[in-house]
Design a protein around this ligand. Structure first.
Ligand code: NG6
Ligand code: CA
Length: 511
């Protein structure tokens, strides 16, 4: 596998872009749409009622699905957040690099400033661009070198985003603050913040020593998450100071939603591209009190309702601004679902008959389908005919497909793994990709019917999360048309298909 990355594609990414901020012309006089990528965190295919779940009701997502195309075979590139989002933004397979795994809260920018992104592409087409919510792609130059009390650079503006309001990593990782335009929000200069992933700060209590201070959530046994205590929840990593800037977990969804709505209001008269990453189903799950107890499944289920609320607020903001018709929304998730991911929130006990993974095997972290087969809806009322599509689509293709929507061809080296499948995303082509390549420990390739999982030394099962990871020293081959649950390994029966799929994977790796 090549570990080199394609860099050095300067500012002129696109052959031609109007650079015109007016919402006019483009493709036969038709208005260019606003574009929103709404990316959920750890929400599985089966977590949404539009995908057939009867155990949860997510009416706003249903409404979005009813006005757009709902995909049954849509994929993230990886089964965790950092590599998945990396591929979404860059159109470059995360597995081509060895440094795109789950990022620490003090990681440097995983997407390097020289790398072209989908946000650069929109910006060069005259769009205003924004990134709001979960980031998890690193900030600053190198791990641990950020100036948290000043301007954190490089940052989102160096990879195409005019505006940003972000959680640096995850809710369970320090620093527990929002970073707006690369500065921590509400930071009192007299109470500077310090962050470390190496050693604790003397005098700062840790979750592992002070369970009595964990008033909201305690970690699950053996999951870690027992370091810095913020708001009665212990986290991964150490931090001190910045008291006034700390988020309150119950308000995270509100903060992200309010900023997204504001962005829409502020930019309703010019074309915009907005990435919204929600946090809800990711641990620690501590939804706002108005959702508490509403799902009957405890915090995880309540967080799903909170996600649905965010979707409704974004839709309402577009309607209020009079731009709902001509806004293209891609709703998806960064990876599959996990039930116990580190906190004693009773998600396992209260799950009942709910199946976050839908009909698929595995979950988050897994190379089986539930790891990477994610919910996806593409809505664009002005152009997209509502329906359901079984086309094989991958988030890695959004970059090239959005460029195609802008009427532009990507130049050599930009979005190297991204293919133009605009027609599939718009519901006009029901086939999509020839195959998707994914990573979660092992690599897999699937053409929608046959799925091959390359052998690896990774664990088959993760006890902590009770998830089948799907790694095996043996080659695996599943027929997804007949065996959606990936129960029967057909590798021995179909060596010719194994050889064919393996050859595809080898060819991809050699690129
Ligand atoms: C894991 C964490 C998990 C979650 C995940 C990242 C442990 C034992 N587990 O390492 O709780 O934070 O990283 O999730 O630390 S992701 O969806 O952002 O990729
Ligand atoms: Ca995730």
């Amino acid at each position: 596998m090549k570990s080199t990355i394609v860099l050095g594609i300067g500012a002129t990414l696109l052959a031609s872009c109007s650079g015109n901020k007016q919402k006019t012309e483009e493709k036969g006089g038709q208005q260019r749409p606003n574009v929103i990528f709404l990316i959920a965190d750890d929400i599985g295919y089966g977590d949404l009622s539009c995908n057939g779940s009867k155990t949860i009701h997510t009416p706003n997502v249903e409404r979005l699905a009813a006005q757009g195309v709902r995909f049954t075979d849509a994929h993230a590139v990886a089964a965790t957040s950092t590599p998945s989002r990396y591929s979404l933004f860059t159109g470059h397979y995360a597995w081509r690099r060895n440094d795109t795994g789950i990022a620490a809260g003090d990681a440097g920018m995983v997407i390097r400033p020289e790398q072209p992104t989908v946000a650069d592409m929109f910006r060069e087409c005259g769009y205003v661009t924004g990134a709001i919510g979960k980031w998890h792609l690193g900030l600053g130059d190198k791990t641990g070198t950020q100036d948290w009390n000043g301007f954190i650079t490089p940052g989102p503006t160096d990879i195409g985003f005019d505006y940003s309001y972000l959680m640096a990593a995850t809710a369970d990782r320090v620093p527990c603050v929002f970073v707006e335009n690369q500065r921590i929000v509400n930071l009192d200069p007299n109470d500077p913040i310090a962050v470390s992933y190496k050693e604790p700060f003397p005098g700062e209590p840790l979750g592992k020593d002070h369970p009595e201070l964990l008033t909201k959530l305690k970690p699950s046994p053996n999951h870690g998450h027992d370091m810095a205590i913020v708001n009665g929840i212990s986290r991964i990593g150490y931090m001190k100071g910045g008291k006034q800037a700390l988020w309150e977990d119950e308000n995270i969804a509100d903060s992200i939603t309010v900023k997204a709505v504001q962005f829409i209001e502020n930019h309703k008269d010019e074309p915009f591209f907005l990435y919204v990453g929600t946090n809800d189903a990711h641990v620690p799950r501590w939804p706002h009190p108005r959702f508490v107890g509403k799902s009957g499944m405890g915090p995880r289920g309540d967080a799903l309702l909170q996600f649905d609320w965010t979707v409704g607020e974004v839709m309402a903001a577009l309607e209020k601004a009079g731009i709902a018709e001509n806004t293209l929304i891609v709703l998806s998730s960064d990876n599959g679902p996990v039930v116990d991911d580190g906190y004693a929130d009773r998600a396992v006990e209260l799950l009942g008959d709910h199946k976050p993974w839908g009909p698929f095997r595995g979950g988050k972290y897994s190379i089986f389908e539930a790891g990477t087969r994610v919910p996806m809806i593409v809505s664009w009322p002005a152009q997209v005919k509502p329906g359901v599509s079984d086309a094989l689509v991958s988030q890695v293709d959004l970059y090239a497909s959005m460029a195609s929507l802008m009427g532009k061809t990507l130049e050599e080296g930009a979005g190297p793994d991204s293919q133009d499948h605009l027609d599939a995303f718009l519901g006009k082509d029901l086939k999509g990709r020839d195959y998707v390549v994914e990573v979660a420990g092992s690599l897999s390739v699937s053409d929608g019917e046959w799925k091959y999982i390359a052998p690896s030394n990774g664990a088959a099962y993760q006890k902590l999360t009770n998830i089948e990871l799907g790694n095996s020293k043996e080659e695996q081959l599943y027929n997804l048309k007949q065996d959606i649950g990936e129960k029967k390994n057909l590798a021995a029966e179909h060596p010719e298909i194994v050889a064919k799929m393996k050859a595809i994977l080898e060819k991809e790796k050699a690129k």
